[in-house]
Design a protein around this ligand. Structure first.
Ligand SMILES: Nc1ncnc2c1ncn2[C@@H]1O[C@H](COP(=O)(O)OP(=O)(O)OP(=O)(O)O)[C@@H](O)[C@H]1O
Ligand SMILES: [Mg+2]
Length: 254
């Protein structure tokens, strides 16, 4: 993890267009592979006349989840380049966490990652655009998994915590991966900075842009060789405010 300058491994800096394209390709590859694999399985079961309704339903669910993921990736990148008005809704962060971890389910299982969610807030409600808040969490989880893949000394551990200091909801995503040097921490949220041969350095810049648009804060603590924790703090929706919004017809959209 020495080189923090934008790079695509060939000694030349990325142009913004190249980085954007590379990021798009990188983000879409995994869900497309899952969709193709699941659809081919369904085709095979049909051709062989072996129709296990449960397995078939699970394959369809994977296709639906990963199609949603593709839609969300495109929405996130669109937001990075052409910020639009937010579609505000009341969100339960516990649900956002659950849905995001479901997207990574097979990767977490295959890589034997010890995942824990510590949710000390009964109703961690925030206001914002669900797709974008999920994009933040997805990027933080993706970075954590990549940092742990590069650092196999310990059993990989991913911990997600939700707490509520003051009138905010604070989300922490902790890994025991490579950690970061001070040089990497400087300008961490600047776009197009990456230490990864295949990375485009878009993820954290997008996270910051989204969090700021939601009147929140994002920061990180890290120890080289020991691991990293990213924190996201968002204004909390109080119970009364939540009731007022839902009873006045502005129901949370899911
Ligand atoms: N959890 C983490 N552990 C260690 N290093 C991290 C972690 N998260 C981010 N980094 C460092 O910050 C850099 C920027 O991260 P960012 O998500 O913006 O881009 P990327 O992961 O390199 O590429 P992209 O997300 O666009 O595919 C990474 O290249 C990596 O060096
Ligand atoms: Mg990233």
């Amino acid at each position: 993890m020495a080189n923090v300058s934008p790079s695509h491994g060939k000694g030349e800096p990325w142009s913004q267009d190249q980085a954007f394209l590379s990021s798009l390709v990188h983000e879409l590859k995994a869900p497309l592979a899952t969709i193709e694999g699941s659809a081919l399985l369904c085709r095979k079961w049909l051709d062989l006349g072996k129709l296990d309704a449960l397995a078939f339903g699970e394959a369809l669910d994977r296709i639906i989840r990963q199609s949603n993921r593709i839609r969300e990736v495109i929405e996130g990148l669109r937001f990075l380049h052409t910020p639009a008005n937010l579609r505000w809704e009341t969100l339960d962060l516990a649900v956002v966490i659950q849905e995001t971890l479901e997207e990574f389910a097979s990767e977490l299982k295959n890589k034997r990652i010890d995942v824990s969610v510590r949710d000390s807030v009964p109703n961690p409600k925030v206001r914002g655009e669900g797709i974008l808040i999920k994009t933040v969490l997805r990027n933080l989880v993706k970075n954590a998994l990549e940092a742990m893949a590069d650092h196999q000394k310990e059993l990989p551990k991913l911990e997600i915590r939700v707490s509520s200091p003051d009138d905010t909801v604070e989300l922490a995503v902790q890994d025991n991966g490579t950690g970061m040097s001070i040089e990497i921490m400087k300008g961490l949220f600047e776009p197009y900075r990456t230490t990864k041969a295949w990375g485009s350095g878009v993820g954290l810049a997008l996270c910051r842009k989204i969090v700021l648009a939601h009147n929140g804060r994002i920061w990180a603590k890290s120890r080289a060789g020991r691991g990293t924790t990213f924190f996201v703090s968002l204004p909390r929706v109080g119970e009364k405010e939540n009731e007022r919004r839902t009873s006045s017809g502005r129901r949370p959209r899911r």
